[in-house]
Design a protein around this ligand. Structure first.
Ligand code: CA
Length: 230
């Protein structure tokens, strides 16, 4: 999942971005409203975190503009305790949720997960597919009773596929949602990660149990999205 963080206070923005990366998100940062808008229109973000009080273009204007241009983008605004009405104005401007500063990182992270669940129409916090159980909150994957150690990118790819069951997901889409703007990615990057993921899951490209290659189009989970585990 790829996030856009628009926050001008660097002392808050930098540690926040680091924390979000540790949670497995790809994160791009903007420090003013106008550059935030540019980035949001350039890339296909899953969610934007927008501070209300921003230079150049304030967060509410940015929010309204994004709502018009990107109706499906999830938006969480950061409001200040000293301006209690901002949350209402923000929701009316099209934000999906808000967090009031100062906040605990854990609260923000939990709200992001809740918003992303809402978007994917998958309401269970644990994603399941066949004998795989993936927990975005703790960044863990189990295959039957075995815990599998995945890199962040492998985890991100599998999570994205599990959030979009039965859809063919192109390499470009995976690059767009799992790598940030600073990543120096090559055309075969996705293929390399898919192949290491398959090795860890003991999956085979020629007779796949989990991830199927759709030649010329991308990747998709094999067969139905129904889980077999409780
Ligand atoms: Ca600010």
């Amino acid at each position: 999942m790829r996030l856009l963080l628009v926050e001008d206070e660097l002392d808050l923005a930098r540690p926040l971005a680091k924390g979000l990366q540790r949670e497995g998100y790809a994160v791009d940062m903007a420090h003013a409203g106008d550059t935030g808008l540019e980035l949001a229109l350039l890339h296909d973000y899953d969610l934007a975190i927008i501070d209300i009080n921003l230079p150049e273009m304030d967060g509410l204007t940015l929010c309204r503009q994004l709502r018009r241009e990107k109706p499906l983008l999830l938006i969480l605004i950061l409001t200040a305790r000293s301006h209690p009405l901002d949350s209402i104005t923000g929701l009316d401007a099209g934000a999906d949720d808000y967090v009031t500063k100062p906040f605990h990182f854990g609260e923000l992270a939990a709200r992001l997960r809740a918003l992303l669940r809402r978007e994917s129409t998958i309401t269970d916090p644990i994603l399941t597919f066949k004998d795989l159980r993936l927990d975005p909150a703790s960044q863990t994957l189990w295959q039957s009773r075995q815990r599998r150690e995945l890199t962040r990118k492998e985890f991100g790819i599998l999570e994205y596929l599990m959030r979009h069951p039965n859809e063919v997901i192109s390499q470009e889409t995976l690059l767009e949602h799992i790598w940030d703007a600073h990543a120096n990615v090559l055309t075969n990057t996705v293929r390399v990660h898919i192949s290491s993921l398959r090795i860890k899951l003991n999956d085979h490209a020629t007779a796949p149990t989990y991830i199927e290659t759709v030649i010329g189009s991308g990747y998709r989970l094999v067969g139905s999205a129904n889980s077999t585990l409780p």
